[in-house]
Design a protein around this ligand. Structure first.
Ligand code: GRF
Length: 195
């Protein structure tokens, strides 16, 4: 059984979608939900799903990213994860951390990478007049939002869209895409999932 740790910072809707997918014949199970915010709503949702949780507040480590990551590693390594899924995790990880989990750490990003790495992806797509938007699951490497693409889902940009309406449309697809990519990934299949 593959052990999956999920890192969150907020509501954890992607974590819930991933957790709900890992049942029955699925060869993986969630073993930890870890947040950089002890108040993250996703921690309560994970507990309700029976998943062990932990939180390491990043604020006391302000400016010392490596020290924060050392603290994060303690509960993470204790869970003995085979795969790490970043799901709405809003801290940038150092190359040392990403290297440690090279080839087995995934992230979901709310744009059609390589377009719009970083923040405010939906507003940037609207400002550019794009007629499509979407989300990407990729392997995490040292460069932000830049690793090999493992899946993408596209949505139309509709007239009258604002960042919130577009984000909501994309989020529905995130919850379909990430579980589909994880299912293949745990089988060692890196064929991109295109939706
Ligand atoms: C989502 O838009 C996701 O793409 C981004 O964080 C947002 C919140 O995700 N990574 P969640 O509801 O906390 O999973």
């Amino acid at each position: 059984m593959k052990r999956v740790a999920i890192l969150i910072s907020g509501g954890g809707s992607n974590m819930v979608a991933l957790a709900r997918s890992m049942t029955g014949e699925h060869p993986a199970r969630p073993v930890l939900v870890l947040s950089n915010d002890a108040e993250a709503g996703g921690l309560t949702r994970a507990t309700a799903l029976g998943i062990p949780v932990a939180a390491v507040d990043h604020r006391p480590f302000r400016g010392d990213r490596a020290a924060f990551e050392a603290a994060l590693l303690a509960p993470l390594l204790a869970a003995r994860p085979d795969v790490i899924c970043l799901a709405g995790f809003m801290r940038i990880l150092t190359p040392g951390f990403t290297q440690r989990f090279a080839g087995r750490m995934l992230n979901i990003h709310p744009s059609l990478l390589p377009k719009y790495p970083g923040l405010h992806t939906h507003q940037r797509a609207l400002d550019a007049g794009d007629d499509q938007a979407g989300c990407t699951v990729h392997e995490v490497i040292a460069d932000l939002d830049a690793g090999p693409i493992l899946g993408q889902a596209r949505v139309p940009v509709l007239s009258g869209d604002d960042a919130d309406s577009l984000a909501a449309r994309v989020l529905v697809q995130e919850h379909r895409l990430y579980p589909a990519v994880l299912r293949r990934f745990v089988d060692g299949d890196r064929t991109p999932v295109m939706m």
